[in-house]
Design a protein around this ligand. Structure first.
Ligand code: HEC
Ligand code: HEC
Length: 393
């Protein structure tokens, strides 16, 4: 079933079948429906990549060279960033941390999520051993080359992509619904991302997966994120003396963090509706003014020349992203009016785009109507068209 994903045409399928047949003769598990998953002895690696505690406040001028993310992150210290390096952690807390994380979250072949008894369930999220193992097998096949064994974005291909694949271990995402979830995704959105991919990036659409496959992948992604964030929080506490101080009881703290982060995932599932008000030419014009005016919403300070100018911002992972060119009509986190309304209201905090809690619903509507019409000159009122696309008919 999953073998169909990348082969759409009959000709390609035939060729693939031939290759599979040849492979099958050589090694019986090479292709087809058997999906062997990870070796039983494989462990998730202990985190060695630097933790980004705070990115510099200066504006970056370009992304890191391909493959150089970790070096670029360590170098953020020189421009005022706060970075902690797990490699400087002594052997002893390191082993203890690794052991409790394995107790709570298992191994790649046998993943688990051991929640504290008091944690409330998340409806629709089945993290049974069987579902997680199925998710892990699919992940190994479809995602690991980019998102990495531990959801670390350091799969073999990951560091060479721009933008970088998501590092799940910070527990923060971009396509969020409900800010009460502290950056966690709603499960249906996570499913949609897997099905439709992220336009304008290398994240492909896996649109031929079954609903069960998508559910299993969703559960496994939550597992990796939860596991990675518990590790992140504990390493931060152990390395960053200033804020959290030391940790006396590592296993107890790991369980406490697991419960806390789980609660954020739970809150991220709660519905949070944003009003989607109707469009009009007047709304588009008011949106243009809000977007561009000195006293407006400040969009132009990043989306210079409506995003046509190369402007960059740090993301919370220490990467550097280009501010979106809004004349291209490339909306990565949902192009429908409701998703865009959310993006403008809640910002894309992980990417450095601020929220706009002080705008009225009408102002958010105006900005959304403008941003949606912007890529299409014929949809803009003539005077705006002349200002934004001089020379266009
Ligand atoms: C070819 C590389 C590649 C593969 C394969 C891939 N991804 Fe991604 N993924 C990306 C990139 C690139 C992004 C977008 C990063 C950005 O724009 O910030 C991304 C983003 C994501 C996000 C973050 C969404 C958000 O709101 O922040 C999730 C979740 C995700 N991918 C899950 C998966 C899963 C699950 C699979 C396997 C079914 C997968 N990806 C396969 C490259 C990949
Ligand atoms: C501090 C910089 C900053 C400011 C101010 C800012 N943005 Fe952004 N914006 C960004 C960045 C960076 C991205 C790319 C995010 C990503 O990685 O997907 C972005 C992306 C977007 C997107 C694309 C969303 C998607 O789904 O792909 C829209 C729409 C957008 N901004 C609208 C606005 C509007 C409207 C305003 C003013 C209210 C605004 N932005 C203010 C930095 C900013």
């Amino acid at each position: 079933m999953t073998g169909r994903i990348s082969f759409r045409t009959g000709a390609a399928t035939t060729r693939t079948t031939g290759v599979c047949l040849a492979l099958f003769l050589l090694m019986p598990t090479g292709c087809g429906s058997s999906n062997p998953g990870y070796e039983a002895t494989l462990r998730y690696p202990a985190r060695t990549q630097p933790l980004v505690l705070m990115v510099p406040t200066v504006v970056p001028t370009a992304p890191a060279a391909p493959g150089q993310l970790d070096a670029a992150i360590l170098a953020l210290r020189e421009s005022g960033g706060r970075i902690a390096n797990p490699k400087s952690l002594p052997e002893n807390p390191r082993t203890e941390l690794q052991a409790i994380i394995e107790t709570l979250f298992g191994t790649p072949a046998a993943p688990t999520v051991n929640l504290p008894a008091e944690s409330a369930p998340i409806p629709g999220l089945d993290l049974s051993a069987e579902k997680l193992a199925a998710g892990s097998r699919l992940y190994k096949r479809l995602c690991v080359q980019c998102h990495g064994l531990a959801g670390d974005a350091r799969g073999p291909t990951g560091p060479f992509l721009y933008p970088y694949p998501r590092d799940f271990r910070q527990g923060v995402f971009k396509a969020i619904q409900n800010p009460a979830g502290q950056g966690k995704l709603a499960l249906p959105d996570l499913g949609q991302l897997i099905r439709h991919g992220v336009p304008g990036t290398s994240m492909p659409a896996f649109d031929q997966l079954t609903d069960t496959d998508v559910q299993n992948l969703t559960g496994y992604t939550v597992h990796l994120s939860l596991r990675g964030e518990v590790e992140f929080r504990l390493l931060k506490a152990l390395l960053d003396d200033g804020e959290d101080g030391g940790v006396d009881d590592i296993p107890a703290e790991a369980r406490r963090q697991t419960a806390r982060i789980w609660e954020q995932w739970r809150l991220a599932q709660e519905p949070s509706s944003v009003p989607v008000l109707p469009d009009s030419d007047e709304a588009i014009t008011r949106g243009f003014t809000l977007f561009t005016a000195q006293s407006g919403a400040g969009c132009l300070s990043c989306h210079e020349d409506f995003g046509r100018k190369d402007v960059y911002r740090y993301d919370v992972w220490g990467g550097v992203n280009r501010v979106r060119d809004l004349t291209k009509g490339e909306f990565r986190w949902g192009a429908d009016p409701e998703s865009l309304t959310r993006r403008i209201r809640h910002g894309i905090l992980a990417a450095g785009m601020p929220a706009n809690p002080n705008l009225t619903d009408e102002q958010v509507r105006d900005l959304r109507a403008f941003v949606q019409a912007l890529p299409y000159p014929p949809r803009l009122p003539p005077d705006l068209r002349a200002k934004i696309y001089p020379g266009s008919p």
